[in-house]
Design a protein around this ligand. Structure first.
Ligand SMILES: C[S@@+](CC[C@H](N)C(=O)[O-])C[C@H]1O[C@@H](n2cnc3c(N)ncnc32)[C@H](O)[C@@H]1O
Length: 267
């Protein structure tokens, strides 16, 4: 059954939560035994998982750098921020252009408790944090307007979050609502757990996580992930394994992952 939008994850350390499990995989300290148990169960099913998570994090940094440096994007709406780690969106964007404005959105209370670390903007730019559920796009768009100018291009970042939205919550309509709100010249950057890169391992990993973790994971195929970019022009090389999206080094390009990622342009 799908959880309702009011169902805000509580600060229950006895049940694994995706933000803390992801923090564990990245080598962070903001996690508890239940998170580590779920994290280890998943690694047992898919031993390359930690490399895959790192490849996703590198994809996040490359897409932000590409958008800021090569496309001149100065506004980012990063939904599903996660517990701060190395190379958060505003750090990467403002290293290219200090005037970048970044709005973070997450619904996890632990991420909220770390919001201060995300609000360390360079004086020329701005950062803001919204405590909201991705499914409540109206709230997100209304509050994001505090820091973002929706008459100018915005990069909507949905990195490793859409697989936390079940089919019953119409994930495609959520992405369409966000992209409808931004003007031509805006971008969508998205990555997603794949059902069809290492199918047997991914299915086992997801089965274990869904037994132990509060948020349920829905892996999707390359074709289903490509549907999130409906109506947008794909930036080369399209929807690919995250490590193959414009890698900077041979090591980045050859790191294993079980995630699809891509960037599309509106208008
Ligand atoms: C796997 S982490 C990804 C972090 C970061 N985007 C990255 O790729 O490194 C997913 C994040 O999405 C958040 N999240 C999951 N479902 C959400 C929802 N329905 N609304 C808002 N945030 C959500 C989790 O709390 C978590 O922090």
């Amino acid at each position: 059954m799908t959880s309702s939008q009011d169902e805000h994850p509580t600060f229950d350390t006895g049940v694994a939560h995706v933000a803390r499990v992801y923090n564990y995989w990245l080598g962070g300290k903001d996690n508890y035994p239940a998170d580590r148990e779920a994290g280890d169960q998943a690694i047992e099913a898919y031993p390359d998982l930690v490399l895959s998570v790192r490849a996703n994090r590198a994809f996040l940094a490359r897409t932000v750098r590409y958008l800021a440096r090569e496309q001149g994007i100065r506004q980012f709406l990063d939904i599903g921020t996660g517990i701060p780690a190395a190379n958060n969106t505003h750090e990467v964007a403002q290293s290219v252009a200090p005037g970048c404005r970044v709005v973070y959105v997450d619904n996890d209370p632990v991420v909220l408790s770390h919001a201060r670390a995300l609000l360390t903007s360079k004086p020329e730019g701005a950062t803001d944090y919204i405590d909201a559920d991705l499914r409540d796009t109206q709230k997100i768009l209304a509050q994001a307007a505090r820091a973002l100018d929706f008459s100018r291009p915005v990069a909507v970042m949905l990195i490793a979050i859409m697989h936390a939205i079940e089919d019953d919550d119409d994930p495609y309509a959520i992405v369409a609502a966000l992209m409808d709100a931004v003007p031509p010249g805006s971008y969508l950057a998205l990555s997603h757990v794949a059902s069809d890169i290492v199918p047997a391992q991914a299915a086992d990993m997801v089965r274990r996580l869904n037994r132990l973790m509060f948020e349920k994971t829905t892996p999707r195929s390359q074709a289903d992930v490509a549907r999130f970019f409906g109506g947008l022009s794909m930036v080369e090389p399209g929807v690919v394994r995250v490590q193959q999206w414009r890698p900077d080094t041979e090591t980045e390009a050859t790191t294993p992952s079980s995630m699809w990622g891509g960037v599309g342009r509106k208008g």
